[in-house]
Design a protein around this ligand. Structure first.
Ligand code: ADP
Length: 314
């Protein structure tokens, strides 16, 4: 039948025209559908990227690229959420673990006093003073946690001012003398120049000196020595604290600045550390735009070092 129609030249033109018309219409409908789909996708991308969609439409290759960027972004966000969730879980676990020890001790001493009405006054005083020490420890942990949270959320502001590191060091070592005496550790300042002016947050740097100094005593040997050295490079002042204590194994040296990290968990619990001190030091030094360094040999001792800029070398 179709063959007969084509055989007749009068109809064949008509049929060709008809076929052309149908093909064009179908193609146009198809292109319209595709464009609609493309448009919807582009609206979605624009909405996701919080931008307004502008004409003319981008071509399919651009859309494909935009989509793949969007998927990549979503994937990264998902991974980040996963990391944060793990971090949150681990953080809460660590905090609970740290708080448990002093809380249980306080409860234990107070229960002993309540449960035994025949306790003599001396023992009661001893138990209460031990409970009091643990309450202080609880306060210290909470303060450390507060400092870390402020640093990590970026809400802790530095109050930069010029000050003399030599004076700050002497003031802080006076406070460490008592702890050092208990272990017969001698504290030495090596600072040949009269003054070491720097620009920094005096109170925060004092906290770093105290934390590093306390560690040099805590992990230092009985009858050992802690050396606090100041030197100047012309643009910076370098602070160093060295002990001849137990040292830190090489493979753990990069981890000691992580919060709650302890080299030997069992050993450090008896020294009263929470594993937050070095993490706080790192945050404070880095907030000053500097780095804290560690050189240590197991069994021989450790050196912690950081620098601060001179007031006129911003
Ligand atoms: P902590 O409160 O437990 O002392 P820090 O964050 O100050 O926590 O230190 C983390 C760990 O690094 C400590 O538990 C200890 O194992 C190790 N450490 C820190 N300073 C020294 C040091 N001077 N010598 C040996 N080990 C150290």
């Amino acid at each position: 039948m179709v063959y007969l129609l084509f055989a007749n030249p009068n109809y064949s033109w008509l049929l060709l025209l008809l076929l052309f018309g149908i093909t064009t219409t179908v193609s146009l409908l198809w292109i319209r559908r595709e464009r609609k789909l493309l448009r919807s996708l582009q609206e979605l991308i624009a909405e996701e990227n919080q931008e307004t969609l502008v004409f003319p439409l981008r071509n399919p290759t651009d859309t494909k690229e935009a989509l793949s960027t969007l998927f990549q972004k979503r994937k990264e966000e998902h991974q980040q959420m996963h990391r944060l969730e793990n971090y949150r879980r681990e953080y809460i676990g660590n905090v609970a673990h740290e708080l448990k020890t002093p809380i249980f001790s306080i409860q234990g001493y107070i229960d002993s006093v309540i449960d035994d009405p025949l306790l003599d006054r001396k023992t009661i005083e001893l138990f209460l003073s031990k409970a009091n020490k643990n309450a202080d420890r609880l306060g210290e942990i909470v303060n450390d946690l507060d400092t870390i949270t402020k640093h990590e959320s970026g809400t802790l502001m530095l109050h930069l001012e010029p000050f003399d590191m030599r004076i700050l060091l002497s003031e802080n070592l006076e406070m460490l003398e008592l702890q050092a005496k208990k272990k017969n550790i001698s504290l030495h300042i090596i600072a040949p120049e009269n003054s070491y002016m720097v620009l920094g947050d005096r109170a925060r740097i004092a906290q770093v000196i105290t934390n590093l100094g306390l560690n040099s005593i805590r992990y230092g040997n009985e009858k050992g020595a802690s050396r606090f050295t100041l030197s100047s490079t012309g643009t910076k002042v370098i602070f160093e604290v060295a002990d001849n204590g137990i040292g830190i194994p090489h493979e753990q040296q990069s981890r000691v600045f992580e919060r709650f990290y302890r080299v030997d968990k069992h050993r450090n619990r008896s020294t009263g550390g929470s594993g937050l001190g070095l993490s706080i030091c790192k945050h404070i030094v880095e907030a000053h735009g500097e780095k804290i360094e560690l050189i240590s040999t197991e069994g021989a001792g450790s050196v912690f070092r950081f620098s601060l800029r001179l007031p006129d070398h911003l």
